[in-house]
Ligand binder design. Structure first.
Ligand code: KG4
Ligand code: ZN
Length: 338
């Protein structure tokens, strides 16, 4: 039996988790997470310097907590997995340095995990029956891409955003109508609260997001929303008007993701699709992708959509089985293609 540690610090969440390998099968043992969102909220976005300092402070605290909770000692781990990129450089350095320290002092191998691959593999962690190949729809705060996933070592990006990511589109729209950062989840909650058949419902006509162009593009949506916000400034004080606009924004972003997914599915024979990244928590997106015919949708548990240590320790465990280790002079990769 092997215990594999996973450390995630690519942005503003400090996550640590432990997976156990028994007869080549991987089980999640425990996970801890410290979100910094309440601090970054004050600044309207993630402040890299603050994020790094908080990782530095939180990593040893969380590590101690997870060891104590599970009655484990550092020496019980067979390998140390850590997110090497992509992400904020300073944040990544905190996790990687912490992992290097453990790897060096314990004389255990170090495993460098790709953050987006970890998001993709979160669905396999939470759905035991899911197998390769599948089509992954990656929608997070920093990434929006559709990926052909043949195996752990063979992932091909088929299409990606040319400007904002889907999560960013949610957050920027939310900000324009007065939600606190990050706002995506709050916007979606208000959108879901509305009854479309009610006589109070207002049909805001937002543009279909760049349907024909290659890749996703969400920047036009932002412009359309800011014009609407100016035009309806007073009316938006009414909760129902605001909820109607949230509904239109969510519909427009979800529609763009669905349109591109359907287009790819038309010319391929995938049986399974996988949703990954923070926006995978969006209920409307899950519902509409789940309704697609001839494909089965797999999603991570809600707690494994946002950044977390569990997906890192799971992918690290998979890589441990393939003996994919990195050296102590390893670097971080703030930009790193799949
Ligand atoms: O994967 P993630 O935690 O961080 C990155 O790696 O980017 O994704 C965070 C993003 C944020 O933009 C957040 O607003 C968005 O996911 N998000 C949502 C929902 N929950 C989180 N967007 C829409 N609907 C949600 N329910
Ligand atoms: Zn992420």
């Amino acid at each position: 039996m092997d215990y594999i540690l996973g450390i995630e610090t690519s942005c503003d969440d400090t996550g640590i988790a432990i997976c156990k390998i028994e007869n080549d099968k991987i089980f999640l043992v425990d996970e801890v997470l410290s979100s910094q969102i309440d601090i970054h909220k004050e600044y309207g976005g993630v402040v890299p310097e603050v994020a790094s300092r908080l990782h530095l402070k939180n990593l040893p605290i969380l590590f101690n907590e997870i060891l104590n909770r599970n009655n484990l000692k550092p020496n019980d781990f067979s390998a140390i997995g850590v997110t090497e990129g992509p992400g904020l450089k300073g944040s990544l350095l905190m996790g990687v340095n912490f992992a290097k320290g453990l790897s060096f002092s314990l004389n255990k191998p170090l495993i460098g995990v790709h953050h987006i691959k970890a998001h993709i593999m979160a669905s396999m962690l939470d759905n035991e029956e899911l197998n390769f190949p599948f089509l992954a729809i990656v929608v997070s705060g920093g990434h929006t891409e559709i990926v052909k996933v043949n195996s752990l070592n063979d992932m091909v990006v088929l299409t990606r955003t040319i400007d904002d990511a889907a999560g960013e589109a949610f957050d920027k729209s939310a900000n324009l109508i007065g939600f606190e950062y990050p706002g995506g989840a709050a916007l979606s909650k208000l959108a879901d609260s509305i009854d479309k058949d009610s006589e109070n419902f207002i049909n805001f006509d937002l543009p279909k997001v760049m349907r024909e162009a290659e890749g996703f593009s969400f920047s036009g949506l932002k412009t359309a929303i800011s014009l609407l916000v100016k035009k309806f400034e007073d009316k938006l004080k009414d909760d129902y008007v605001k909820a109607s606009l949230c509904y239109a924004i969510q519909d427009s972003i979800v529609d763009a993701i669905l349109y591109k997914t359907k287009k790819i599915l038309k010319t391929s024979d995938f049986k399974n699709i996988v949703l990954a990244g923070g926006v995978a928590a969006n209920k409307c997106l899950r519902k509409r992708l789940g309704e697609l015919r001839n494909v089965k949708l797999y999603c991570p548990n809600f707690t494994h959509c946002q950044d977390n240590g569990a997906m890192v320790s799971y992918l690290a465990a998979k890589m441990f089985l393939e003996k994919k280790f990195i050296e102590l002079n390893a670097e971080v990769y703030p930009r790193w293609d799949i």
